[in-house]
Each structure stands twice: as C-alpha cells, then as structure tokens.
Design a binder for this molecule. Sequence first.
Ligand SMILES: [Zn+2]
Length: 150
Amino acid sequence: MNNSTYTCLLLTLLLSGCAKPTEEDTRQFKGIDGSLEPYYKLFEERFNIKIRDVTAGLTDLPKGQAGICYNNMNGRNEIKIDKKYFDNASAAMREVFMFHELLHCTINANHNENKLDDGCPDSIMFPSNFGDPCFVQHYSHYIGEFRQGR
Ligand SMILES: [Zn+2]
C-alpha cells in the first residue's frame, strides 16, 4: 500500500465515521390539517392518551381506503385521510376513523374483527370504517376499551 492510497482510505473512514445518519423527516405533511385538529383534542380527552409528533393531512388514497397511519420507525408518525372520503363522511364516521388511526399511531392498537351480538363492531379497531348507529349506541364501550387510567 503506497502513501496516497493509505491517505485516501483513512479519509474515507473518517468521512463515513463523521457523517451522522441524517434523520430526514420524510412525512408528507408538516403539521396537522385544520379540519383534523379538533379530533386530536377530542381523542386526548376521551382516551386520556397524549399524541406526540403525529402529523396529519387530507390527500388522495387508493380506492376503498379511508385513512392510514404511517408508523415510522423513528417515531414520526403520520395520518393520511382520503379527502373525498372525509368530505362525504358523517360526523360519527369522521370521529371513528380519526380515533381508529390515532390509536394505530399512538399506542399501536391492532385490528379487531369481532362483532357484538347486535352485529355492531366490537371495537373501534374494526378494520372497516363505521359510524351511526353503532358508534352512537356503543360509544362508551368503544372509548372504554382504550381509555387510559380513570
Ligand atoms: Zn386500521
């Protein structure tokens, strides 16, 4: 190994050693869309769960998809809601899918496909979105499942 090769190698090692892995924020949205923000507040009140660094916005999602939580390894999660779906959803439906996605994005809640005796979903984590009348009828059941503390 001659001198210049050695220098080059050393430089390469130093450079790669010094370069900190940039934790680039690759999320689509910088903050929380104004139309989704009220659900953050409501979610924290209802479930007693603090939402940390979860951005959210309205966008175009593939057909049949109302919302999605992007669970990033670096903790910077993001909720994307289909704009068309949001615009046409009832108040109860909006609350259901926002709570559903926020539960994915905060406490990593998993889906639950069970149903109650009356045919309503057993959980707000039911994989497809719902609203009235089930949400209204079983409201305290749905909230109680994930509510932290007392
Ligand atoms: Zn889900």
